[in-house]
Every structure is written in C-alpha cells, then in structure tokens.
Ligand binder design. Structure first.
Ligand code: A2G
Length: 435
C-alpha cells in the first residue's frame, strides 16, 4: 500500500474542457429513462437525441423531458439499426446505452468509432470476442468507453474502499460478492402490467430478452454488480489483475418449478429446458495473491443481497449483517461490531459532498453518481474513472465461467486486456469528490 498512489490526478485544467455536455440515449426503456432523469437534474447537460424502436418508450421519455422544461430531442425510431443514423449527428458528445445485452457492444463500438464517449450499461459484453472488440476499438479510436456500474458508488463499498486505502484491513486477501437477487418475476410476466410465466415475445420488459440467456447459458450471467466494487478494492488493472477462474453450477430447478407452480404443468413453458444452474459459484485468482468468490443466484426464493465481504490481514467487513471486525480496533476479540460507526467516520468524499443530492436519484443514490462520473469525464475531456479495460474484464467473467462449467469446473485463464499496462497503471477511481 503506497499512499501516494492515491493522490488526485492533476485537476481539470484542460483547455478543451466543455462547459456543457450534449448527450444522446440509445434505449429509453425503464433503465434508459432512469438515466435520462439523472441527466435532467443537471443544467450543464442537453439531451439532443434519443433512439428506441418502441414508440411508447419514446413518448414517455419526451413527456419527461418536456415536463422538465427542456427541449424535445430528435427521436430515432426506425428499427434496431437506427442508432447508426443517430451517431452521424455532430451535436452529441456522449451516448448512454441501455439496451438488451447483445446490443451493447455493437452500439458502443459504433459510438466510439463516431468519436463520442460511450456509457454502456452492465454487463458490457456477452462474449470474450466482444470484450476484445471494446478494447481494440478504444485503442484504435481513442474514444472512451465507461461501463455504467452503479454499485461501484454504493455508500458502504466506497467507505470500505476508503478504509482499505488507509490500510485498515492490512494487506487484502479475499473478497466475496455476487448478484443474489430473486429475478423470477423479472424473468417472467404475462405481458405489460400482468403477472404470468411468459418470456420472449409474449412478455414485457426484460423478460422479452433477458430470460433467453437462462435458457441458453450456464455461467455467471451478471458478474459486474459484485465485481465492480471488489475490483477497486483490489486495484484490478491498476497494479493487480485477474489471472484465472473456476466456476461451478448447481442443477437448474427453480425456473421450471416457478412455471409449473404459477402456470400449471401443462403450460407450454413447462417444457423449456433452462441451462442456467440455480446457484453459480466462481472463484477468481488475482496476480497479487488474493481470491474473489462471485455468486450468481437469480432463480430461487431469497432476499436481495450482493453479499459483499472484504478481508485482509487485519480484519473483515461483511455486507450481510453490516458488521466488521478489525484486530486491535474492535473492542472485543473474536466478536463482530456494527459497521455503522465506521460508515460515518470513513464516509467517502463523494458521499460527503453529494450524498444529499444523490439520494433523490435511483437505487439509493448510486445512479446519480454513475451518471455524474460519465458526465464529468466528458466535461473534462478525460478518461472515465471506470474504463474500457474494466468493462472488458469484469464482463468477460461471464463467458469464462461458462467455459469452466462446461469443462467440469476446469481452471480458465483470464486474458490481460491491458496487455501488460496493469503493471504501471495507477488507480483513478474514487480519488476525490469529483468522481
Ligand atoms: O435488479 C436490480 O435493480 C439490479 N441492480 C439491476 O441491474 C437489474 O438486474 C434489476 C432487475 O431488473 C442492482 O442490483 C444494483
């Protein structure tokens, strides 16, 4: 741990800095609109164009924009490829992409090639080739790509980052994280506003596209909510890197059971064979000797938890139970103490500065911070604090975990998307109250 590593980079004295950012949005469904809402809070953002083939999504978005008193953007609505036409505009600085996963990379690549900042929702990529496509396009064009991983800005994980950087956990050894969220009523519904066990064309919202991944793939389909914060704790791509992983899946039972319980054994979807194991556990080895366990658990009944745990030679913090134990600091040996006091004391500068404003945003404030970071890096015409290499390697855990499971939990090497630059790159995330 070298404190000077975390000194803020030279401030935005960049002569090409912008005072106003012109944003466009590809995908203005419910997720896209929550980003639009964040953008509308700001006086330094203009929304010049939006793109979505769904007329209802467009009219809802325009209604929000008009209500805020801002100018109605130009809408691109002519099918899935109309974003290509939108990207020809010269009044766009950055593009927010909130579309089904398989569209993320084609859209982000086209955005970068058009010389604009790409802000892409999670997970950024579906295949390993797509992760390389993002990196190669960035290196060719110099246009930035940020993965919009909101959980990196959760108040507790940022306080823990602060504590790790101050050496309070000693040397980091281990982290636990995951996406543990009962998504059964996200994966299935009966069309707009109706309960049911449909997915695909007869369904509404994410069930139209997200569920098919549970039919076709067995792996950690959604690693970044957990991995994002952990990657910052462990300086991944910036002094450390992921080396290899093994992945193991339980049997697949719960999605079928849900269909039978809710729709009856004769419902046509009761015949669907879901490939995704109900609980998938991945273990990642890092170059500096740490291990990370990532859980993916979205099919069976359970309360939500991203299951964070940070452990070092000096102690351990746990998200579940909100407890901490630091040897020499905690009052009683071998006993947890509440995290609340530490949360206040080590609150991250971002939350100290903007916490109150942030809470008006989605997901308890984290959506505010992630959009803020995207917008501020465009304004400063600099690299975003979460970059294309992060997008590439965090998302690559999905296809690599699929490979491991398909080969009986065989260890799989994780590519070094930085091609060696991880050895000299310095941390840039969360260094101050800007982003
Ligand atoms: O459930 C949560 O809101 C997820 N976000 C989001 O990514 C998505 O999967 C959603 C289901 O539609 C977090 O857990 C932060």
């Amino acid at each position: 741990f070298i404190p000077s590593l975390f000194e803020p980079a030279a401030a935005a004295s960049n002569p090409s800095a912008l005072s106003q950012v012109r944003l466009a949005f590809i995908g203005v469904g419910s997720r896209g609109r929550s980003h639009v809402r964040q953008a509308l809070f700001r006086d330094d953002v203009v929304i010049t164009a939006i793109c979505d083939p769904d007329p209802e999504a467009i009219s809802r978005t325009n209604a929000m924009i008009e209500k805020s008193g801002k100018k109605t953007p130009v809408a691109y609505t002519k099918g899935g490829e109309d974003f290509v036409n939108m990207l020809k505009r010269d009044d766009i600085d950055g593009v927010v992409i909130a579309t089904p996963w398989e569209w993320h990379v084609p859209m982000a690549v086209a955005t970068m090639k058009a010389g604009k900042y790409a802000g892409v929702e999670v997970s950024a990529t579906v295949t390993l080739k797509e992760s390389w496509d993002l990196v190669n396009t960035f290196e060719k064009t110099g246009s930035h790509c940020m993965i919009l991983e909101n959980v990196c800005y959760r108040r507790d994980v940022l306080a823990v980052l602060n504590m790790i950087r101050q050496g309070m956990f000693g040397e980091m050894l281990y982290a636990h994280c995951g996406y543990q969220h009962d998504l059964r009523n996200v994966k299935f519904n009966g069309g707009m506003g109706k309960e049911g066990v449909e997915f695909g064309e007869k369904a509404y919202s994410e069930a139209r596209w997200r569920t098919q991944h549970s039919v076709d793939r067995n792996g950690d389909l959604y690693p970044t909510h957990g991995l994002g914060p952990v990657a910052h704790w462990m300086n991944i791509n910036r002094g450390n890197r992921f080396l290899s992983l093994t992945s193991t899946a339980t049997k697949a039972r719960s999605l079928h059971k849900y269909i039978v319980d809710k729709g009856g054994p004769d419902h046509p979807n009761a015949k669907v064979n879901f490939k995704l194991g109900d609980v998938v556990t991945t273990v990642v080895n890092c170059a500096n000797g740490e291990n990370i366990v990532i859980m993916h658990d979205t099919n069976s009944p359970r309360p939500y938890s991203l299951g964070f745990r940070a452990q070092g030679t000096q102690g351990i913090w746990m998200d579940d139970g909100k407890t901490i134990y630091l040897e020499g600091t905690s009052p009683k040996p071998h006993q947890w103490e509440p995290f609340a006091g530490y949360q206040d004391k080590y609150d991250h500068p971002l939350w100290k500065q903007h916490g109150q404003t942030a809470q008006s945003g989605g997901h308890g404030g984290i959506d505010f911070f992630v959009m803020r970071a995207f917008i501020e890096s465009i304004k400063a015409q600099t690299a975003p604090p979460i970059d294309v290499y992060d997008a590439a390697v965090w998302s690559a855990i999905s296809p690599l975990s699929e490979q491991s499971i398909a080969q009986g939990s065989k260890p799989i090497e994780i590519p070094d998307f930085t091609r060696g630059k991880w050895k000299t790159n310095r941390p840039i995330f969360g260094l101050n109250e800007i982003y």
